[in-house]
Design a protein around this ligand. Sequence first.
Ligand SMILES: [Zn+2]
Length: 196
Amino acid sequence: MSSKTIALTFDDLPHPLYTPLLLDLLHREGVRATLFVIGRNALAYPYFVRDMVLEGHELGNHSYTHQRFLTLNLATIQGEVLRTNAVLQRLSGQSIHLIRPPGGRLNSSISRELRDLGMDVVFWTDDPGDYLRFKPETLEARLETRFKPGAIVLLHDNVPETLETLPQFLRYVRARGFSVGSVSALFASPAPVHKP
Ligand SMILES: [Zn+2]
């Protein structure tokens, strides 16, 4: 993992009002992010999923109905995962391997189930809590104080303050010589050289 890369991830897409704004913003900023999509919403707004693919973003599974996996049995979880994969694969033409469970909580049998389904679970290293609707300057400060090499930053597209703050955060990150990309780009980037 490069010491000069961070990944941006957005959960709960697509949203009919905010997703187009987020995609516009990422386009202007030249950022390809990882977008965790709710299957049911993808079915409701398929054109936004196609736009995500056209813009070169990486798609991940965020379940079908956004229920916490710890409250579901394994058969239901399997249905949530496979239905979402099927919708996303049909809309994107890509096979989907990344998953972020709603709320980010798992236990060992759910983890095993997801692995058996061929899914790689993506958590995060930095949750600035954008869904708590901080003022933009507060959110920006939370992002900047937690910022560290190799970070996987958790954000949401349905938070207006996130859209407002993101350009400033990207300027901050880039001014420090970091590049910003998807989760796969982060793990594909060269390992840092550790000098004795
Ligand atoms: Zn979510």
